[in-house]
Write a protein that binds this ligand. Sequence first.
Ligand SMILES: C[S@@+](CC[C@H](N)C(=O)[O-])C[C@H]1O[C@@H](n2cnc3c(N)ncnc32)[C@H](O)[C@@H]1O
Length: 257
Amino acid sequence: MTNDTDRKRDVATAFGGAADGYLEGDVLKRGGDLEQLVDWCRDASCVLDVATGAGHVAGALAETGVSRAVAADLSPEMVATATTEYGGLEGAVVDAEGLPFATDRFDAVTCRFAAHHFPAPEAFLAEVERVLAPGGVLAFEDLCVPDDPGLAEYVNRLERLRDSSHVESYSRRQWLDWLAETGLTAEDVRETSRRLEVDAWLDRMDVPDDDRQRIRSLLADAPAELEDAFDFQYELGGEETRLTSYRTGVVLYRATA
Ligand SMILES: C[S@@+](CC[C@H](N)C(=O)[O-])C[C@H]1O[C@@H](n2cnc3c(N)ncnc32)[C@H](O)[C@@H]1O
């Protein structure tokens, strides 16, 4: 068994146990970003949501009246949660890097806040390109990191300490390079950010105390460029200055086949 296969099995197990939290959690349930992804697919009738989680994107797509919406995820529990919660969805337990669908099958594919779990994102893009009909749309969103490799690694270290299923977040530039190599054309690319409340962000993954301490130490020692780029916000209480929140990078793009 390869390391990637082991890793994917662990990811499916970890997310399987977290399906209810992903269904109810406000962070993913709604937002302007979700509306943007759905809007980018407005002309589609047959759509695939890869790494659907609790199905928020697939459900929103189904509500637009598409003729077929497939909610696909590595975790069977996530697929069951998505198809139970949202009407009109077809569920599929699939690996994003080996999609079991025919060539040219869909006219839109979405993928939101999941690619940082994929060991081989280029393989995922190649599969998206294959299952999209000519002119079909990929509407994508994920965490992203600064171009500077040192800062990027710093952010990924923090993310991995918080969540062992985090493989890597990439820069906007890296995604554009991969799109070009795959033959998908980037039509609209946006780099934005999302404010994270540090305690709530750690609570969501139930991070043990010793890892919390390590993450807080890493944040306290973060390079000044990162502190600026991520807009660290502090609370002054007594003798302690506590980091309360920061803005993490996010990339969204619409690309066509
Ligand atoms: C943060 S959740 C996704 C959230 C969801 N897209 C939304 O917008 O609400 C990440 C999901 O990626 C899935 N996942 C991770 N690796 C995967 C892979 N290789 N193939 C398919 N799904 C994967 C996990 O099982 C999990 O459900």
